[in-house]
Structure formats: C-alpha cells, structure tokens
Design a protein around this ligand. Structure first.
Ligand code: AMP
Ligand code: MN
Ligand code: MN
Ligand code: MN
Length: 291
C-alpha cells in the first residue's frame, strides 16, 4: 500500500489546494492520504469531497502546535480521523486564528523595524488561510531581503532571533484531549526535529503517552534511516502506532514530493491499517478492505 500521512494545503502553508493535492496523490498511485494542515481543518471538507469523487481513502487530519509542560520547545502533534464538525475543534481553531493574526502583525512590525519593507496586508493576502511564519519568510524572499526561506528563519524568524514572537501555548495534554474529544488519534510529528538524544526522547515519549499520545511519526524526510529505525522500535516497545508522511508543502515551498521520506517503511500496510481502525472518521476505504 502507498500512503502519505502528512500533507499541507493552501488552508495553511501548502502551495496546492486540498482538491489539487488529493488529485495529485491519486494520480501518483497513493492509496491513502491524510491532510494535516497547521492549526486548521479549513481544507478538510474539500479534500474529503475530492477523495470521494476519486474513490480514494483519506484521513481527515490536522497538525497542532503544542508545548510540553515546563518547556518552551514547540512540538507538532498530528491528529488523525477527526470529526470536521466537532464544536470543540471549531472553537479552538477560531481562537488560534485570532492569535495567529495578532502574532503575525507583531512579527511583521519587528521585521519592518529591522529595515525590511514587508507589509502585513501583503503577507495576509499571500497566506489566504491560516497565516504563519512561512508566509512572512516568503515575502522577505520576494523583496530580496533574504536569499531563501531558510535564511529568513535562521536569521530572523526562529525562536531567539530578532523578529520571533511566541504563540500562546497549548500543552501536549490539552492537544491530545482536544483531539480525542473530536474522535481523533494523537501522533507525535517528526520527533527527529526535536533534536533530542534517544534517552531524553524516550523519557518524553513515555510522559506524553501518559498525557494521551498514541503514536509516533517514525518516517519523515528529516529522519535519517537509523533514527527512523530507533523511532520504529520505540513505538513498538511502547505499544504506540507508527506513521509516516512527507510533510509535503508543494514543490514551490520546499523541494519535497508526495511520499518523500518513507523509504524503509516496510510495515506500512499493517501500520496504516492499525491507524485507519483507531481513527474515528475516515473517507473511502483501504485496498482489500471489505465494503
Ligand atoms: P508558525 O506556525 O507560524 O510558527 O510557522 C512554522 C512553519 O514555518 C512550519 O510549519 C514550517 O512549515 C515553516 N518553517 C519553520 N522553520 C523553517 C525553516 N527553517 N525553513 C523553512 N520553513 C520553515
Ligand atoms: Mn508548514
Ligand atoms: Mn511540523
Ligand atoms: Mn507539517
């Protein structure tokens, strides 16, 4: 089975609309796709509709930004199988959207104070949906203030850099509870990007599991093969679900493709089936699944 369980759309900072990304996945021969935009489910209905038309299996998902209690490290939490009409999610995302707008305005002001002529209205228009640092970075590149999105983050937009403004924190426990109430399974996104040693990561995962975490994204383009193997083994030892995704943002954003980072995921079929059955809401069916 071919599955990609981590994909962004124009509802957040992806370059393709939900319909486009589902069509592209179907065309490329994927059996299952999960749309996981940052702090929004604004693309889910359109993705589900397109998947239904194409007879493709789709998991409605999201990627929440959370923090671990007692730390300011930002963690990304994937939710799979959420109910798109859940009122708790709608209220949460409304609040996050307002907060993101205010934060983006504050960051643009800092960027301007640093001598770059970025205007909030232009960034807002470029974002379309949920606004993020990515959109500010893209505008900085367009204006020639920096050579690349990466440079914009490294010099200005990352924590500790001069234009960074933190967001109001949602804790891991709150994120897992919100997802569970919406019928979704909670999976730690790209653990490798936390840049923790194996022992420290294992201790954190144990703590988060106690707070509702149900799976690990072992396969991701940022993971070296040996780290993916470690994460896979950790998930197995702790009875956690295993997932994998390319974190596709559209080729214009980053040079990644659907399905990237999933080499070596030999148990994909079994892992995907376990997730599919654990997730509440889903669209279509997997290959070989009885109707
Ligand atoms: P925000 O949600 O506003 O905090 O923005 C975070 C988003 O910016 C992430 O989801 C990534 O898509 C993007 N991002 C973060 N760091 C980098 C980087 N070094 N290079 C390119 N994109 C990045
Ligand atoms: Mn992103
Ligand atoms: Mn992420
Ligand atoms: Mn992502």
């Amino acid at each position: 089975m071919r599955a990609d369980l981590h994909v962004h759309t124009t509802a957040s900072d992806g370059a393709c609309t939900p319909g486009e990304v589902v069509s592209a996945a179907a065309q490329a021969g994927f059996d299952l796709l999960a749309v996981t935009d940052h702090d929004t489910i604004g693309g889910i209905r359109a993705a589900m509709a397109r998947a239904q038309e194409l007879g493709m299996a789709l998991l409605p998902g999201v990627e929440l930004s959370v923090v671990s209690a007692g730390s300011d490290r930002e963690i990304h939490l994937l939710g799979y199988g959420l109910h798109p009409d859940d009122p708790g999610l709608a209220a949460y995302f409304d609040r996050k959207e307002r907060e993101r707008e205010a934060r983006a305005q504050a960051m643009v002001e800092r960027v301007r104070a640093l001598g770059m002529d970025v205007r909030f209205e232009e960034v807002r228009a470029m974002a379309g949906g949920v606004i993020s640092r990515s959109h500010i970075a893209k505008r900085m590149v367009e204006l020639g203030c920096v050579g690349s999105v990466k440079e914009a983050f490294e010099r200005f937009l990352n924590p500790g850099r001069p234009a960074y403004v933190p967001r109001e924190a949602t804790t891991m426990a709150q994120g897992c509870a919100l997802l569970r109430a919406a019928g979704a399974v909670s999976v730690l996104a790209h653990p490798g990007l936390l840049r923790m040693g194996e022992t420290a990561l294992e201790a954190c995962v144990a703590e988060w599991q106690g707070q509702g975490l149900q799976g690990l994204e072992a396969f991701h383009p940022s993971h070296q093969a040996n780290h993916a193997r470690f994460l896979y083994g950790l998930a197995r030892r702790r009875g956690l679900l295993v997932t994998g995704g390319s974190d596709y943002h559209g080729e214009a954003m980053r040079p990644t493709h659907l399905g990237d980072g999933l080499a070596g995921w030999e148990s994909c079929d079994a892992d995907v089936r376990a997730l599919w059955h654990a997730a509440g809401t889903r669209c279509g069916r997997l290959p070989d699944e009885p109707i």
